[in-house]
Design a protein around this ligand. Structure first.
Ligand SMILES: Nc1ncnc2c1ncn2[C@@H]1O[C@H](COP(=O)(O)OP(=O)(O)OP(=O)(O)O)[C@@H](O)[C@H]1O
Length: 724
């Protein structure tokens, strides 16, 4: 009901506004003056009265100002006066609105002002909303930041800019001298003028028509080549620098970050977004500057040829801009929809190929083919729509261009007749006009593309600026470390699942020279203890102390040298055996490496490899067996001479003999604090302290004998191990 009342009110105010304006417009025509200044004064007075009257009607009926209303009213009121003044100034004759203030003229003005307001509304929407303003500000800040990062390449860019300006300046003069040549040929032929025009054309077009032009041709070609080369160099060095920076920032992030973000997204930022970002400053700014300089230069040359015709031609710009804007918006939307559809189609095809056995056994080949066909049909429909939109866009663009050329030729002829320009000037002008149109379209496109690239830069900066949630800025590096570890009342939930508390009020002490075995049912929280000791995560409550100092106060490198871990599935990197054992240690001798390998029972098998310690292990250690990989990983831990050694389920891939040898080696390091997670009874039994963990809590603690005597959960666990 309220909406209906509002509609009635709007319609009534529109009718009142039209009636008031029409009567004022007609009555202004009743004032007859014969002089041109009097005529103009009448029109401007009428414009002022009509604008005020329309404003008053709008205020009284609508109650408040609306920006759109203000624009329509102002354009509609002022248009006849502006048009008439322009006509007098340009053609020294009075226009149509002056002579007959008729309804046709009023209607034309109304249509033009509504069209102009609509154009404004679409291309420059009101940015009253703070979100829009903020996003613009953000884009500007991002762009400046991208640009500041280019500082080391400023000399390259500057050089590129100089050559770019040189090349553009040369290109700009081609149409001008074409016109000159035509004028010279059409008028009284003068050899000297003709030759100099040709020479200049030779310079700019690079056509070697004489000795001088050959030299100039070399200059123009060299400058074009230098521009491209310098800018490409700048882009390449920038991309490289930003990738290194981003990679550095990524590797500093905590483990939880990599669990929360998909690998694909990280690699896409590292490869795609950094390249796009470099494109912003390199290619886009290059094209933008080139086009901008060219457009400004061409418009000034056109102004020089005929400023009146230039103003007429520039009237096409808003129409071209509007068409381009509408097209870009719609086209991009369709392209995005098409990409989504293509992804769906590819997904369904690969799903079927990878699960062909299931498809075959359920006899769903036809069903899957139909499903794929439907997806392809979606793509086809979207493609058809996209092509229709493109066809309409091209038609509209050609029609506008054609219309403008007809106008230009018509007025050009008038100007030639009145002696305001020559035929050659008109030809130069026509050549410039077609170039300017293309340049304006490029500017609109590049601007949109640059916003895209700035968006990519935003994503890169998001990672560059991210502060790791597990800090690595401790400085403690004591010369002596005993290796006493205390878990003090820890409460911990993984960042990926904050609602589930994995460790609850967890306390434990690991003493130097002792072996502690963590046992318990699966999912109890054993590996979580190891992860916290490795500082992969930060506990929400409580702390871990190493020699009575919080773990976080130790220097990152020092801590990971003193606390070494061998995990269940050891990861090796492609490189030699030697590189893998000395991984992360800059100064490590072959003797130290061999010593560690002997303790890990790996030396013998390494020596049997084709190149011994220099043998390549392949990607992920793919050329070695699981047990060999495990032994290299143990050597990698031992070469650090750690004070705290964590062995997470290593026995599962070691045979009994290897395990015995490793145990003997560990026994030869009497002061080491050993934390073992194991399921093999033989390993557990030997521990000085066995800790049974269940549901994130310490359930039992003691030696094997003590816990067996208690006949609690450890006893049950051992019985289960025997049954297995
Ligand atoms: N990265 C993770 N993100 C979220 N939850 C996790 C993560 N890792 C482990 N969990 C959860 O934490 C709990 C404890 O896991 P943990 O790996 O510490 O158990 P565990 O005792 O070592 O088990 P297992 O003997 O099977 O290795 C489990 O419920 C597990 O689902």
């Amino acid at each position: 009901m309220a909406d209906f009342r509002q509609l009635i009110r709007t319609a009534a105010s529109l009718i009142v506004a039209v009636c008031v304006d029409l009567s004022l417009f007609h009555s202004s025509g009743l004032l007859v003056t014969h002089s041109v200044p009097g005529q103009l004064a009448r029109l401007w007075l009428s414009a002022a009265v009509r604008c005020s009257a329309l404003a008053a009607v709008c205020l009284l009926t609508a109650g408040r100002w609306k920006p759109l209303l203000l624009r329509v009213t102002a354009a509609h009121g002022l248009l006849p006066a502006v048009f008439e003044t322009g006509t007098v100034a340009l053609y020294r004759e009075d226009g149509r609105c002056g002579r007959m203030a008729g309804t046709r003229c009023w209607l034309l003005c109304a249509a033009a002002s509504v069209a102009a307001a609509l154009f404004w509304e679409i291309t420059v929407p009101d940015s009253d909303d703070t979100a829009g303003k903020e996003s613009k500000h953000k884009s500007r800040v991002l762009f400046m930041r991208v640009f500041r990062l280019l500082r080391p390449d400023y000399p390259l860019l500057l050089g590129g800019l100089v050559f770019l300006s040189l090349a553009v300046l040369c290109e700009m003069f081609i149409p001008f001298y074409t016109g000159r040549v035509i004028d010279i040929l059409g008028g009284q032929y003068q050899q000297s003028e003709f030759t100099s025009a040709l020479l200049f054309m030779g310079l700019v077009s690079g056509r070697p028509s004489s000795c001088l032009t050959v030299r100039l041709f070399v200059i123009s070609s060299v400058s074009a080549g230098c521009r491209g080369g310098l800018l490409l160099c700048a882009i390449s060095s920038y991309t490289c620098r930003i990738k290194v920076k981003l990679f550095g920032a990524l590797t500093k992030q905590e483990v939880g970050f990599f669990e929360a973000i998909k690998t694909g997204e990280i690699t896409s930022r590292l490869s795609k977004d950094t390249t796009l970002m470099a494109k912003t400053v390199g290619l886009n700014v290059n094209v933008l500057l080139r086009t901008f300089i060219k457009t400004v230069g061409m418009i000034s040359l056109m102004m020089n040829l005929s400023w009146k015709l230039t103003l007429l031609v520039l009237m096409e710009t808003p129409i071209t801009g509007l068409i381009q804007n509408l097209y870009d918006t719609y086209y991009q939307r369709l392209c995005r929809a098409m990409q989504d559809s293509m992804a769906l189609a590819n997904e369904s095809a690969s799903e079927v190929v990878s699960s062909i056995r299931v498809v075959r056994s359920f006899k769903s080949e036809k069903h899957e083919a139909r499903r794929y066909d439907e997806r392809l049909l979606d793509i086809h429909n979207l493609k058809t729509r996209r092509d229709i939109v493109r066809a309409i866009y091209l038609l509209a663009r050609r029609l506008t261009g054609l219309g403008m050329q007809v106008f230009m030729l018509y007025y050009g002829r008038l100007f030639i007749q009145s002696g305001q320009m020559t035929t050659g000037n008109l030809i130069s002008f026509i050549l410039y006009q077609s170039n300017v149109g293309a340049n304006i379209r490029t500017l609109t496109y590049i601007f949109g593309d640059m916003l895209n690239s700035v968006g990519a830069a935003g994503k890169v900066f998001e990672y560059l600026d991210r502060k790791p949630q597990v800090s690595a800025d401790g400085h403690l590096k004591p010369d002596q470390l005993t290796g006493n570890v205390k878990f003090n009342c820890l409460n911990f939930a993984y960042p990926a699942n904050p609602s589930k508390t994995v460790l609850k009020d967890f306390s434990l002490e690991l003493k130097p020279g002792q072996m502690t075995a963590l046992v318990g049912s699966s999912g109890g929280g054993k590996s979580t203890c190891v992860s916290l000791l490795e500082r992969f995560y930060e506990p929400q409550d409580g702390e871990i102390l190493l020699d009575n100092e919080p773990l976080k106060s130790y220097d990152h490198h020092y801590l990971h040298k003193k606390v070494a871990v061998v995990s269940q599935d050891p990861v090796l990197f492609s490189g030699s055996v030697r590189d893998n054992i000395a991984y992360g240690l800059a100064e490590c001798t072959l003797d130290e490496i061999q010593d560690a390998a002997r303790k890990a029972n790996a030396h013998d098998f390494i020596m049997q490899l084709e190149k011994g310690y220099d043998t390549e292990v392949g990607e992920g250690g793919g050329q070695l067996s699981k047990s060999e990989k495990q032994r290299i990983a143990i050597a990698r831990a031992l070469v650090r001479q750690p004070n705290v050694l964590i062995l997470d389920e290593i026995t599962s891939s070691l045979d009994t003999e290897s395990e015995n040898k490793v145990q003997q080696a560990l026994a030869s390091c009497p002061n080491i604090t050993l934390l073992v997670i194991a399921h093999r009874l033989k390993t557990i039994e030997k521990a000085d302290q066995i800790v049974v963990i269940s549901g994130g809590k310490v359930e039992e603690r003691g030696t094997h004998q003590k816990l067996m005597d208690m006949k609690g959960s450890y006893y049950k666990l051992v019985e289960k191990l025997f049954d297995e």
